[in-house]
Design a protein around this ligand. Structure first.
Ligand code: GLU
Length: 352
């Protein structure tokens, strides 16, 4: 099954930026004749009622999907299984570092944890990195807890529960951090070193990077459309998908032998006048603010003058903001051409 998806986090109402990304995810899937799925990413920071509200908002702007939405909170067994498979292979280790520890450690050079030389990497794309080395992206984990002794781990467990990290170099069979690249419809080749990222947080919650990879593989998703703030996560997620696939950790739909190549499209965000990511405080940015739908707290739509917005008008504005005809979704789909989409953010200063 070839599928695209939209994967909202039910932390509140969707704003214009989220709705615009959802429209694009739908257009990409329909344009490539893929199934379109919804996945509710509710492992974290869930707000009561937000899921139902978000589904109403997506419906209001005319989107449809091809299966019941799945919830991450109901898929914990799948994440557990994937983690177990990695553990059995010795590819997971406990990490006791706080954010502060990592920030301090990464501000100093780490000669012993240098990533694999790019000479070991396939020479199949332009690399933005100099001197033949592929650098770890900022904020990458420097491997502090990778080689703790068992007695040291026991001692640390008494102070702080451990997070679990992937041992990326071991999984890849490289000396240092492996590198991985993906192809993005809007950004071209995106290549990065893969650090020992977190699989399970120290509060026991499965990490976004593990859950999203397990979900996309098990749901047959081979097209990922989302905001470009997640672009830097794509290489490590795609790399992990390969590790899990090769380890047979995932039950995949159909009879695929080879892992399908995922098409990525990281679309520009909507920003406010200060160039920051759009947020609720930026004025009328949700369908409730615009008087289109009741809100989460069930307040009635205010009786405003001039007449409130309609969902159709909102959709028109969003489609036109990506250079598409706004009169209907069908018209937008007919005209949809990924290579003509804007590459820069939409600066939102209010609707009129
Ligand atoms: N749940 C994430 C969000 O709402 C999207 C994750 C993804 O599409 O991979 O930003």
């Amino acid at each position: 099954m070839r599928a695209g998806r939209y994967a909202p986090s039910p932390t509140g109402q969707l704003h214009l930026g989220n709705l615009r990304t959802a429209l694009l995810a739908w257009l990409f899937a329909r344009h490539t004749e893929r199934t379109f799925l919804l996945r509710i990413e509710d492992l974290d920071r869930v707000r009561a009622g937000a899921e139902a509200q978000q589904l109403r908002e997506l419906e209001a702007i005319g989107l449809n999907w091809d299966a019941e939405p799945v919830r991450q909170s109901e898929r914990i067994d799948l994440y557990e299984h994937a983690l177990d498979v990695l553990r059995e292979r010795g590819l997971v280790y406990e990490c006791f570092c706080s954010r502060k520890d990592i920030a301090e450690a990464t501000s100093a050079p780490h000669p012993t944890q240098s990533p694999a030389s790019s000479a070991q990497l396939p020479d199949d794309g332009p690399s933005p990195h100099s001197a033949g080395r592929l650098l770890l992206p900022p904020g990458s984990y420097p491997g502090t807890c990778r080689n703790l002794s068992e007695s040291e781990r026991e001692r640390r467990r008494r102070d702080r529960p451990a997070a679990l990290r992937i041992d990326a170099a071991r999984a890849a069979g490289t000396d240092g951090a492996p590198a991985h690249q993906v192809t993005d419809v809007l950004h071209g080749t995106v290549r990065a070193a893969v650090d020992d990222f977190v699989l399970r947080r120290n509060d026991g919650a499965f990490a976004y990077n593990l859950a999203v990879v397990v979900d996309d593989l098990t749901q047959g998703v081979d097209q990922v459309v989302r905001g470009d703030d997640l672009l830097s996560s794509a290489p490590r997620q795609d790399w992990l998908a390969g590790v899990l696939w090769d380890a047979g950790a995932i039950e995949v739909p159909g009879e695929a032998q080879d892992r399908p190549v995922t098409e990525y499209a990281h679309v520009p965000l909507v920003l406010n006048a200060e160039g920051k990511r759009l947020a609720k405080r930026d004025g009328a940015v949700t369908l409730e603010d615009m008087g289109v739908l009741d809100g989460l707290d069930g307040q009635d739509i205010p009786d405003t003058e001039p007449a409130p917005w309609t969902a159709d008008r909102v959709r028109t504005v969003l489609l036109e903001s990506v250079g598409l005809p706004g009169e209907s979704l069908d018209a937008a789909l007919d005209a949809f051409a990924p290579d003509r989409l804007p590459r820069t953010p939409w600066i939102f200063t209010g609707l009129d």
